[in-house]
Design a protein around this ligand. Sequence first.
Ligand code: SF4
Ligand code: SF4
Length: 428
Amino acid sequence: MSITETLALVLALGLGTWALLTGPRRFGAGLTAALAALAYLLSLAPLLWLALGGLAAGLWAVVRWSNRPAWLDGPAHKARDWNRWREITQWLLVGAIALAGAQYAVNVWQLDSGVPSVARPDVVDAFLPIAALIQLKALLTLGLWDSHHPAGLVMLLVAVGLSFTVKRAFCGWGCPLGWLGEQLYQLRRRLWHWDWRTRLAQAPQWLERGVTGVAWLSDWALRLVKYGLLAWLANLVLGGMPAMMVARYLDGAYHKAADLKMWALFTQPSTGMLLGMAAVLALAAMRRNGVCRYLCPYGALMAIAGVLSPYKVRRNTALCLREGRGMACDKCHRACPSRIRVEQVLTVHSDECHSCQRCVAACPAKGALAVSLPRHRLPLSPRLMTVILVLFLFLVPLMVHTAGLWQSDTTGQLRWMLWQQLDRLPMF
Ligand code: SF4
Ligand code: SF4
């Protein structure tokens, strides 16, 4: 494991521990015990897992029996505090990716002068989604585990597993590109506070209705684009490539150099690529979550997996100010970056819900809104969402690493040779 991966892991474990210690007692304790049991079961490095198991058991004891001071629990419902958990988690993930990116840049830079002394962080394989889909097909049809970019498949499965559990929380809490899009959007709003809806409100009613209708239809049509891209990729890999070709591809030079190809694509972009990147950045700046909503095939995959998630945003009408007190509250809707009409439904089934909990944080009626299981059971606080994210995005890869299934076995010498002839590599 490289230095940056270890550093990111230690930080993530620290954040997860902090969240566990400050979270609700019973759930935190159960989660810690489950983690210890899982670590033990999956262990192939008994000493490491014994140490982690001891840590988890210690945490469990602290959470279960200590009389924690009240300040440790924090306010029960304070919007700023709730949003802060998501921001801390996002910053941790963005920091981890930035560190890995810097180490990877040094690694490639050193390739020019021979075998690098700085190791390649395997987590960069997470940015090879097509390779990961091909690896998935190889695993399902041939029982073949790719040894060149295995971390890519691991991260794909982790992201899908996360979506099965808490919908698109990966998009709302974990994706560095989603975070970048949000920063661009907020920057554009600060520099140029233009909103067509505000302008339209001053227009005649017939015009307002017409434009709103066209915008609604266009939004629906554009949201299908990401599913189209996902279907095209899936068909290319799962339908268009026979199993034997998959095996040949995974053994070929092109696949072994897939990360270097990706690096060259972004660091030496063609004019078309530059124009495409500019269009994507402009979309992210002009439309909140625009890239996640319209273009990202990964987001489409998370949305499909999220349909089966038991955790969803649920509104308790007995406590909501609308039904409970007859008030015209719609704070949850106005806080939602995906503009979902939360105040009009009991459960948010929308594929655009990122489980970001902004609506929950904005709700003035305690308990009226929560990301919870059916019948409002086991609501997830942002702290517990952080713990779940850390478990999926850091501890699962650690377990896979411990089992020896994370590391690439492409040698430095081979990578140097592939780098020298990157433009001439055959695909099969
Ligand atoms: S419904 Fe709530 S959790 Fe879902 S995207 Fe909107 S604000 Fe976020
Ligand atoms: S913000 Fe809360 S109280 Fe207001 S409509 Fe939404 S769920 Fe009900």
